[in-house]
Design a binder for this molecule. Sequence first.
Ligand code: IMP
Ligand code: MG
Length: 183
Amino acid sequence: MTQAELEKGVQEILIDEVALQARIVELGAEISTDYAGRDLLLVGVLKGAVFFMADLMRELTVPCEIDFMAISSYGAATDSSGVVRILKDLDINVAGRDVLVVEDIIDSGLTLSYLIGNLMSRNPASLKIMTAFRKPEAAKNAVDVAYVGFDIPNEFVVGYGLDYDGHYRNLTSVGTLSPHVYS
Ligand code: IMP
Ligand code: MG
């Protein structure tokens, strides 16, 4: 599908490609300064974070590696226990490493809280969180995020890695979903 065709499913574009990429340049510079002299391990949470991570990594001036985890919530979609199942674990041992977890979006932050606990038990040298997008709920739950791309309203959004039923991840901007898509 072309970007124009993808955009037919979008009600309103919240962040366009230019704004997204400009913010990634800023974040890349900030992280490169913060991690100067170190060798960073970026841990992406599949699948949504892939796009953000690929763009961000190319803005870093510090040595870095990437690895990925896939997780799924236990039980029903409405289950808010935050307990998750690891579907794909890391290949790289994080012990003694400077780890930066890269998320696509943080909503309640429950999934992430579990992941942080799990990774901390593996004794990284440091562990920080970064997310492309953050919803207001995350701030309420005091999820400790070191780097945030954009704070967005409490609406369902797609694009730049974020999906609706597996689709729209390849939209280069981020926008709200048109009601005609899900009704
Ligand atoms: P949390 O555990 O409530 O923070 O859920 C975060 C996960 O829910 C993200 O990694 C996304 O997979 C998904 N998610 C939350 N909000 C959205 C959205 O607006 N669009 C697409 N996926 C979302
Ligand atoms: Mg998802």
